[in-house]
Design a protein around this ligand. Structure first.
Ligand code: SAH
Ligand code: F3S
Length: 472
């Protein structure tokens, strides 16, 4: 028997094994955790790192750009070999490609047993039983309103940070984007459901939450009395939860960045001094073609107001380079724009036509080399600005949420600043899960190095035997 055959032989233990590959955004990471949780609660599945050891293989897909979509069939190609050797293995495909392709996906990959969408992942246990019973594939890519969240088990915290989905979908229909088609229209979870989930996480030691949604500031969640809360009110409710001391959100849209949200930044110190606000382009004509619903000046005005209440706020954004018809001059407008605003680490991609979106019908006559050159120049400038922000943090004291031991040096602890910089410093493992003050001594390309100067929360006061001080 060859080594490969040994590795591929069926798992010997009774605990069913699950392998999940996640492509795409933070929303997909969140959804994959939920897939793990539902299958653990229903069938006792445990996650494994090796697809060859799993009984069920799930691929959580992304279709935002062509490259992301291509990954689906290369992963499935590998899994087909596993299934040929172990025909009882169940293969499921979820996420945005599944939502878009539905039953067509099985035509191209007939060995796929389950196709499920982002809104039906909570039905995985039933879909799995159905496949096993009927011995034929199933497809469920419907959009059953908010049912998904009602059907999910209690959240399981892993570490000091957690994502919490507050709304799903998008109703903006930017001309280039597939999200409204794959994830459906905007729908918000009721306030009490979000609060209950965060309270449960806080009890398990979570100190920082990242409120997730395609457009979190389009949040319109029902209150217990039937009134509707907007996002700023939700932020106030989350800030009142004991144990949660840091709040982030991803992602917001410039059009709904209301004055009440700016006031929230003034009134809620737990809201981090960091904002990711996608803008896509600095050219008004391109913004219009993208159907973004605002102009460059509106974005500048929002940032001006925000900086009145948070002068040092760090800003990051998403950009699409080489949208159909983008001229040299329009690209330069984007370059001027980033220089004027000053952005931290941001995401930028060359435009990728997505089938079924209005922009896919536009004439795109910019040569690929030109797009590549623009992207390189753009990213170089963003990288310079990112490095400048890191350097400006040298000789300052930052509040760091300690996540655990540094990977490369067990004597060091690792945490993050409000603007999401990784900081390594010598410290006791007991600091994990606590906020500490760290003096920043050095800025490296991907992290900062610092010295612990004090704990910002009550760690030392509550236990005088804590050996924290000797590491200062
Ligand atoms: N509101 C969501 C947007 C999700 S898409 C959010 O801000 O997270 C994430 C980013 O992918 C977008 O902001 C955009 O910059 C990029 N993107 C979306 N469609 C794209 C396309 N067709 N080509 C290139 N980039 C795209
Ligand atoms: Fe996509 Fe625009 Fe919505 S980028 S997710 S359609 S705001």
């Amino acid at each position: 028997m060859s080594t490969l055959e040994t590795k591929d032989s069926p798992p010997v233990t009774m605990t069913p094994k699950l392998y999940i590959q996640t492509n795409g955004c933070q929303m997909n990471d969140y959804d994959s955790d939920k897939m793990r949780d539902v299958l653990h609660a229903s069938h006792g599945f445990e996650l494994v790192d090796d697809p060859k050891q799993a009984d069920v293989l799930l691929l959580n897909t992304c279709s935002i750009r062509e490259k992301a979509q291509e990954k689906v069939f290369s992963a499935l190609g590998k899994w087909r070999i596993i299934k040929t050797k172990r025909p009882n293995v169940i293969i499921g495909v979820g996420g945005c490609v599944a939502s878009q392709e539905g039953a067509d996906l099985q035509k191209r990959a007939p060995f796929v047993d389950i196709v499920f969408g982002p809104q039906t992942l909570h039905r995985l246990p039933q879909l799995l039983d159905q496949v096993r019973l009927q011995q034929k594939p199933v497809v469920d890519i419907s959009f059953p309103e908010i049912e998904k969240f009602d059907a999910l088990p209690e959240p399981r915290a892993e570490g000091v940070k957690a994502f919490v989905s507050v709304m799903e979908g998008c109703s903006k229909y930017c001309s280039f984007c597939v999200v409204p088609y794959t994830r459906g229209e905007e729908i918000s979870r009721p306030v009490n459901d979000v609060i209950a989930e965060i309270r449960a996480l806080a009890k398990q030691g979570v100190r920082e939450v990242n409120l997730l949604g395609q457009n979190v500031n389009a949040y319109r969640g029902a209150l217990a009395d039937g009134d509707i809360a907007e996002f700023s009110l939700l932020l106030h409710c989350v800030a009142a939860i004991e144990g949660i001391d840091r709040i982030r959100f991803t992602t917001s849209h410039p059009v709904e960045f209301t004055d009440s949200l700016i006031e929230a930044f003034a009134e809620i110190p737990k809201l981090v001094n960091h904002l990711h606000l996608p803008v896509q382009s600095g050219s008004n004509r391109i913004l219009k073609m993208m159907k973004r619903g605002h102009q460059r000046e509106d974005y500048i005005e929002t940032i001006r107001k925000l900086r009145l209440v948070r002068p040092d706020i760090c800003l990051s954004s998403d950009f699409i380079i080489g949208f159909p018809g983008e001229t040299d001059a329009e690209f330069e407008e984007t370059m001027d724009f980033i220089n004027d605003i000053g952005f931290d680490l941001s995401f930028s991609f060359i435009y990728s036509p997505r089938p079924g979106t209005p922009a896919a019908d536009l004439v795109d006559d910019i040569a690929p080399e030109i797009k590549k050159q623009r992207l390189e120049r753009f990213q170089q400038r963003i990288n310079e600005m990112t490095a400048a922000i890191s350097h400006s943090m040298i000789d300052t004291v930052q509040t760091v949420l300690v996540e655990g031991q540094a990977k490369k040096n067990p004597l060091q602890m690792q945490g993050r600043t409000e603007n999401n910089r990784v900081v390594n410093f010598i410290g006791h493992p007991r600091l994990a899960g606590h906020f500490v003050d760290v003096y920043i001594a050095e800025a490296l390309p991907n992290s900062l190095r610092g010295r612990l100067i004090s704990t910002a929360d009550s760690l030392i006061n509550t236990d005088s035997t804590a050996p924290t001080q000797q590491y200062a």
